[in-house]
Design a binder for this molecule. Sequence first.
Ligand SMILES: Nc1ncnc2c1ncn2[C@@H]1O[C@H](COP(=O)(O)OP(=O)(O)O)[C@@H](O)[C@H]1O
Ligand SMILES: [Mg+2]
Length: 303
Amino acid sequence: MTDKFISIEGIARRYPGAGGGTTTVFEDFWLSMTRGEFGCVIGHSGCGKTTVLNILAGLDEPSEGTVIVDGQGIEGTSLDRAVIFQSHALLPWRTVLGNVGYAVSSKWRKWDRARVRAHAQKFIDLVGLTGSEHKHPSELSGGMKQRVGIARALSITPKIMLMDEPFSALDALTRGTLQDEVRRICLETGQTTFMITHDVDEAIFLADKIFLMTNGPGAVLAEIVENPLPKERGRIDLHRHPYYYALRNHIVDFLVSRSKSFAAEVTEHDPRHVPTVRPGVGEPVIVSPPRVVEPNPAQSVAR
Ligand SMILES: Nc1ncnc2c1ncn2[C@@H]1O[C@H](COP(=O)(O)OP(=O)(O)O)[C@@H](O)[C@H]1O
Ligand SMILES: [Mg+2]
């Protein structure tokens, strides 16, 4: 499990600042993911999450450092990397089948119409939109539009799927259903996925690794938390798992306090927390192993 399918190596993003200086959004940012892993980034607004995702997508470039995907440096956008944004970004004049088919024919330009349609249909079925192939985006609910976005992304069998807060505009029920779908599909297809979210429970449910970013400017990736929950976990009974509260508290504590004070912090081992290892400056992040955490009986009973 040490092979790096995605490797972000010491990247920084700087902009010209007011008065001739520079503003550093983030710097010395390292992370790696193995093939098939699901990674979620959490951090406060403005810390640079979307910028990191755009760099992975090839829509933006780092001011320093490199990003390697499957052994190759990123140069511009590619059909190897599919992006799903918060808003669905579908072509309004095309049907569901037309939107997914368009992506398929962009990737496999020599395929005939029948082959493109059959391939697109497979992914429309996978996201549960069978029967809605001929609808236009204006006839679809928000959740259905995001499903088309997911089908379109998966249909080009990308090396990575990049998702920028894909469910944040949806109501809670739809969001939950889509989280279930995405988890099922990613496990079934072994899809490597990098996702940004504001929702701690979404990250705990979906992610193998949770990346915690400090506040900007000058943000860094403070911790990589390895999810200690078993692969076979349900969204509804997530909170019943004995490691759940320790993990959730650790992330919430980070967001509430340590994301601001991180630079000055001396990391001490606290057995109540899921331990993580802080990256040394300029070195790749070390991922901590999951540890057994004592369940909190009061919380278990309360639920
Ligand atoms: N063209 C730009 N010039 C200067 N600063 C920028 C520019 N584009 C983005 N930024 C800054 O980069 C920071 C990170 O933005 P973003 O990646 O969108 O954050 P997040 O997704 O975490 O909310 C923001 O503080 C934003 O002001
Ligand atoms: Mg953003």
